[in-house]
Design a protein around this ligand. Structure first.
Ligand code: NAD
Length: 480
């Protein structure tokens, strides 16, 4: 008998308790060597005035057991309440969000019969780091952070996932034709990692055409790996296209901990009526069993569930006259799955999962020679009819160390020297100073800033211009 694994279960709100209990009943009936602690999170906790929706005792258990199976939670609107999901994801460093979208035609109606894809989304970085500033009267900005370890982790996870779940192709989606450094880094790491997985086909698509394909021809896609914002949008397009919110599960996975849940919410409109479909959380639970190294039990449960679907035993949300055989409630659907444990589907493809869970190591980082070669000085300026020649003439007179004005841009477009009068100008200017010869010191930058300020300009921020082993670590201005 395999050693028992211990997880944490949160029943959640609305239909959460019905569908989560149904799932645990199937897991037990399959003889899965699993023990669990139940924690209280969500509505009842918010009502006690705990704004996070999660008491300290629950945190202790989640952190000890590392793996959480969670029913959907009702987040109260307003009042400073925080989403339990976001809190758990951020606090436990769950860097990967995995969402499956699959059609089970002809047994369950779907808009795209051939859809069977998984979207693996980076969960911690990109524009979601939440670093935003208003810098001038007219201009706001957000910092998009893409890191080598963050990107490598999600990309390796995607390839390992493909192997563990018997999938054949991983598609990376970025916008690196525009964001050559950030999205470019993600794409570059994808290419580096892909060569280590010769058994898996890999390709890259620009996110705009990729998103169009997710919507229009999802059957051409298998595993997709992408950055946080793109993944957020793609996941919702995919869920819509797959059509069956009640059938999809999702996982949030970190280096230490992981959380598994259905993609749907707590459905308060049907709570307590024994009609909810437990498939979403059940599918998530099978992902969990693979994750904790019990793939044979995941396989047994998933195959029994597929048998139930193809036998036409359906809950009301997927019941269709002509396709279905029998309309059942949550409890009877659960019984039907339990009766089929040990069987494999005849028409739908049976699943096969490889053991061992998903593990990977990051490559030792290569440290490259970093040199400061210049600085972008951003200024807030709305005088002189916004004529860049005025700023240019004033800043041409300034130098510090080897630093000299090279160009000025407005919203990334070069306006000095030699800009076009047609270019629209805001009150936010980027003045690029570079050194042709001497390497630049921090004191040079401080001295330059002092001089820019003394020339009457309000400096709002700077960005250092570095090279790494001589390679430019910053983008050029449009028209530079
Ligand atoms: P919802 O997914 O709960 O419901 C949308 C519709 O789908 C409803 O008509 C519902 O009856 C139906 N439905 C959902 N799951 C079903 C199932 N398993 N079987 C049969 N029918 C099902 O979305 P909503 O109504 O927008 O949100 C309700 C609550 O859930 C909100 O408080 C929201 O914040 C919360 N929510 C939680 C999570 C989560 O915990 N991960 C995710 C989404 C929404």
């Amino acid at each position: 008998m395999a050693e028992k694994k211990r997880i944490t279960v949160a029943y959640g709100d609305g239909i959460g308790p019905e569908i989560t209990r149904a799932t645990m009943r199937i897991i037990e009936a399959a003889g899965t060597p699993l023990e669990y602690d139940v924690i209280e999170v969500g509505e009842s906790v918010y009502k006690k005035g705990i704004l996070s929706g999660m008491p300290n005792e629950a945190w202790d258990i989640v952190r000890k057991n590392k793996v959480l199976l969670k029913g959907p939670i009702t987040t109260p609107q307003g009042g400073g309440f925080k989403s339990v999901n976001v809190t758990i994801r951020k606090s436990l460093g769950l860097f990967a969000n995995v969402r499956q979208c699959k059609a089970y035609t002809p047994y369950v109606a779907a808009t795209h019969p051939g859809i069977n894809m998984v979207i693996i989304r980076e969960n911690e970085e990109d524009l979601y780091a939440g670093i935003e500033h208003q810098q001038t009267q007219e201009v706001t900005q957000v910092l998009k952070l893409v890191t080598r370890p963050g990107s490598e982790s999600i990309i390796r996870y995607a390839f390992e996932y493909a192997r563990a779940y018997g999938r054949h192709k991983v598609t990376c989606m970025t916008k690196d034709n525009i964001m050559k450094l950030t999205d470019g880094l993600f794409h570059k790491i994808f290419d580096e990692v892909a060569v280590e997985y010769p058994d898996i086909t890999s390709n890259h698509q620009i996110i705009d055409i990729g998103a169009a394909r997710v919507a229009a021809m999802p059957e051409t896609l298998d595993v997709i790996v992408t950055l946080n914002l793109y993944g957020d949008i793609l996941s919702d397009i995919a869920a819509q296209v797959a059509g069956s919110v009640g059938l999809a599960g999702s996982a949030n996975v970190g280096r230490e901990a992981a959380m598994f849940e259905a993609i749907h919410g707590s459905a308060p409109d049907i709570a307590g009526r024994d009609i909810a479909n437990p498939s979403g959380i059940l599918v998530a639970a099978t992902q969990m069993l693979v994750h904790i190294g019990l793939p044979e039990y995941a396989e047994k449960i998933k195959n029994a569930w597929l048998c139930t679907l193809e036998d036409g035993i359906h809950t009301v949300d997927i019941y269709r006259e002509g396709l279905s055989q029998q309309e059942v409630g949550t409890a009877a659907f659960t019984d039907a799955i339990i009766e089929r444990l040990g069987r494999k589907p005849r028409q739908l493809d049976p699943v096969e999962y490889r053991g061992g869970g998903i593990h990977f190591e990051l490559k030792e980082p290569v440290v490259r020679k970093k040199e400061l070669t210049g600085v972008d000085v951003f200024i807030h300026w709305a005088d002189g009819d916004r004529d860049p020649e005025i700023i240019g003439a004033a800043l041409e007179k300034i130098s510090a160390g080897g630093l000299k004005l090279k160009m000025i841009t407005n919203r990334g477009v070069k306006v000095y020297p030699g800009g076009f009068p047609e270019t629209f100008k805001t009150d936010h200017w980027r003045c690029r100073f570079v050194s042709e010869s001497a390497s630049v010191t921090f004191d040079d930058v401080l001295s330059l800033l002092q001089k820019v300020y003394q020339a009457g300009f309000e400096v709002i921020k700077t960005e250092h211009l570095y090279t790494f082993d001589g390679e430019r670590g910053y983008s050029l201005g449009q028209g530079e």
